[in-house]
Design a protein around this ligand. Structure first.
Ligand code: GLY
Length: 339
């Protein structure tokens, strides 16, 4: 078992474990109240819900299952969930547990942060992507018709529990998606290097990713500065995700978005042509097509509605090569230079 301590507006611990071995010792004592609402989705429920329920000894457990998929991270499902919590009699003293990937994590944390003005929240991320990204930092939210994560809060969990065995049932596409997010860290921090992605040790990669993100979040929890570095590949990645109508995974879209960010980094002189090629080859290692499937005006239109955009400008993250990112405000029209 490894543990990462996060010192943010609320201090909490992330436990990286196997086979729920230390769940009872590390998580059970932190569950407030006797009633627990476990929010999960149609993919994860048949795999892990029963096991989790059996570990919540002494608690009354209510199960809430949402349909899997980013297209379901919407206002209708959010309202249905909070109504279901109220109908089940969940009180202010209850705890919400999110058991699932990024969609369940964002949605259940948003429910916990808003239901009765906030109840305790525990995250149990089940995908590689959610383990290395949304499990730390307290971003919660749902998508609106105009864009991704446009309704949300910053709300830190009481604790996060990662069971590495969840990775055994992860579809290959989900693994690639998580690797995309881990590759992102290699472009903004030197603790993850391209060679780490050659001989993969998941425990090591997850712990390093969490430490990198933890350090950034501790410096800038509300994303007024350094936290924007975590958006490397995301500005265009989110636009691509929306243009695909959320049918292509977040991690794959971020990989595509990073390819654009790398090209733009070269065009604007942050890296050489040789560094660009090395960086793109590294990204290709994830096995996701980096073909440009949308045209510039489609992408620019969506970027303009991104919450990171401010009129005609956006804070864009470039790389100066492996290990170092840089944030620069640019005119959104400048994005055409990477097409
Ligand atoms: N996924 C980016 C962040 O948490 O800031």
């Amino acid at each position: 078992m490894k543990q990462i301590n996060v010192k943010a507006s609320k201090n909490y611990t992330i436990t990286v474990d196997r086979a729920f071995e230390n769940f009872k010792a590390q998580v059970l004592p932190l569950i407030k109240g006797n009633v627990v609402a476990v929010i999960t989705d149609t993919n994860v429920e048949p795999l892990y819900y029963a096991q989790l329920e059996s570990l919540l000894t002494g608690k009354t457990v209510c199960k809430f299952v949402i349909p899997a998929g980013e297209e379901n991270k919407n206002a209708e499902n959010y309202i249905s969930l909070v109504n279901a919590l109220a109908k089940a009699g969940l009180s202010r003293k209850s705890t919400v547990i999110g058991l699932g990937g990024g969609v369940v994590g964002d949605m259940s944390a948003f429910v916990a942060s808003t239901y009765m003005r906030g109840v305790s929240y525990i995250a149990i991320p089940t995908t590689l992507l959610s383990m290395v990204d949304s499990s730390v930092g307290g971003k919660t939210g749902i998508d609106l018709d105009s864009g991704k994560n446009l309704l949300g809060t910053f709300f830190q969990p009481d604790t996060v529990y990662i069971n590495l065995d969840f990775l055994n049932t992860l579809p290959e596409r989900e693994v690639k998606s998580g690797l995309g997010e881990i590759m992102k860290y290699a472009f903004i921090d030197s603790r993850i290097t391209p060679s780490d992605l050659q001989n993969i040790n998941y425990e090591d990669l997850i712990v390093k990713s969490l430490e990198i993100k933890r350090d950034i979040v501790e410096r800038d929890e509300r994303e007024s500065g350094d936290r924007m570095l975590l958006n490397f590949g995301h500005t265009i990645g989110h636009a691509i995700e929306k243009l695909y109508d959320y049918k292509v995974s977040h991690g794959e879209c971020v990989l595509k978005g990073m390819a654009y960010a790398i090209e733009l980094s070269e065009k604007l002189g942050f890296i050489s042509a040789e560094q660009k090629e090395t960086s793109l080859n590294f990204l290709n290692g994830a096995g996701v097509s980096l073909e440009k499937e949308f045209n510039i005006s489609q992408i620019i239109n969506v970027v303009k509605s991104d919450k990171k955009a401010d009129g005609n400008t956006v804070n864009f993250v470039f790389t100066k090569g492996f290990g170092e990112g840089v944030i620069k405000k640019i005119d959104i029209a400048k994005l055409s230079e990477c097409f």
